[in-house]
Ligand binder design. Sequence first.
Ligand code: SF4
Length: 63
Amino acid sequence: MKVDVDWDLCESNGVCMGIVPEVFELGDDDMLTVLQPDVAPENEELVRDAVRQCPRQAISITE
Ligand code: SF4
């Protein structure tokens, strides 16, 4: 699974980082970084959760 963020939609609120910090990191500069674009199998379910809970629907996945 690969994960991608639409930077035009993301408002850097950190919801995704709260769900799966191994994959998403919000820096001190308020910029979100995808630490793990190729999602490890053990994080896949959490990333699906982040997709569902992102208030901006900015996260997309490809299988
Ligand atoms: S939850 Fe969505 S809007 Fe919030 S930081 Fe993550 S990708 Fe951006």
